[in-house]
Design a protein around this ligand. Sequence first.
Ligand SMILES: Cc1cc2nc3c(=O)[nH]c(=O)nc-3n(C[C@H](O)[C@H](O)[C@H](O)COP(=O)(O)OP(=O)(O)OC[C@H]3O[C@@H](n4cnc5c(N)ncnc54)[C@H](O)[C@@H]3O)c2cc1C
Length: 408
Amino acid sequence: MSGGVVIVGAGQAGVQTAFSLRQAGYADAITLIHDEAVLPYQRPPLSKSFLKEQQDEEALAFRHRDVYDDHQISLLLEERVLQIDRPNKNIRLATGSHLAYDHLVLACGASNNRLSIPGAELPQVLDLRFLDEAITLRQALANAKRLIVIGGGFIGLEVAATANQLGLSVTVLEAADRLMARVVSPEISGYVLSRHSAEGIKVHLNAMATNIQENKEGQLTVSISSGEELSADFILVSVGVHPNTELAEEAGLETDDGILVDEFLTTSDPDISAVGDCARFPFAFDTSLIRLESVQNAVDQARCLAEKLTGNPTPFQAVPWFWSDQADVKLQIAGLTPTADQTHILGDLESGKFSVCCFNEGVFIGTESINSPADHMASRRILASNRTLSPTEAGKDGFTLKAFASGQ
Ligand SMILES: Cc1cc2nc3c(=O)[nH]c(=O)nc-3n(C[C@H](O)[C@H](O)[C@H](O)COP(=O)(O)OP(=O)(O)OC[C@H]3O[C@@H](n4cnc5c(N)ncnc54)[C@H](O)[C@@H]3O)c2cc1C
């Protein structure tokens, strides 16, 4: 009997692959393997609305159970893939059984980086990627008064902003000299710092946590590189992720900070593809190999893969985009902007609505927008169209991204 498509991991990329395959007319078996007991769910609300709204866990599910059945997607819960037997095209499951595949999709995602400092193992030091961790964090937020967030990236700042709205005293420790340094321009880092500071969040930059100690009452003291000591009831660690490549490595697939795939998302084995946070792929807009951690990337790669597996292969060329909601700051990014060597601001910072147009060697590479969804959407259209936007053009009086995107 044909094994059809077997998908390892039922996060954003795995679930989308399964449904996109059916949408594209794939008629053989689809098996989706999920390593948790709950229905596959969305992660973005875990650092935002879920923490403050007593949101029903069911509301996070991508689809209800019967929708998987209706689409003849065999969803295996609480099951892990331990090994891939490439010569025999089957996988070994933790429960001991083997499953054959015609095509295997690795949608294994990423895992949070851990802190390796004394005290990091204390129970009041929390992590956030899975639903059960979000439930623990939500309980801590409801019962505690002081939170320290280690890591000033998207997720750390989203939780910090939410906790601050809930009335906790919040401190953020960031090892770099600015917030979200890996993903946004200094202009956005500075603006977001000013907004969080104005709301009462204490942000320490160039601050490395070196030690965590617990006193008899269960209160925590965090030592930082400056020599200061800060107190908290609990700590959230949010210091980035690493791709889940162990399964692929063990099977002899090529990996390097991600499972390496070509522009069709095929790994070094033509019968195995990889999508989402775990895949490192050729970026269509330059010559680099990249790995992205975003919903957009997971969804677009899954759709592209489904087309390939149903006989319509096209290279993966989607424009990357991201968002982060931090209290009243809605940050949206179109394109990949960390390599910007020139920026131009549209709008003014005082109004809380503006965009930073980013250029590299005179070429438009993307836009970082604050509370400006029209600029964000227009930037995505410009990037997708390959139209040339120069810094001079963007600096002209009356220039708007929307008008430029419409060809005016
Ligand atoms: C708290 C939080 C907030 C976020 N907010 C945003 C946001 O606002 N915007 C945005 O664009 N992105 C956001 N993201 C990132 C986004 O959720 C991820 O990029 C996206 O989930 C990636 O999907 P994925 O399917 O590749 O990986 P994952 O969602 O990580 O799913 C992979 C799944 O595979 C499982 N798995 C791994 N190995 C095995 C195995 N051997 N057998 C079985 N299962 C396995 C994993 O346990 C996991 O469940 C957020 C992430 C988090 C954690």
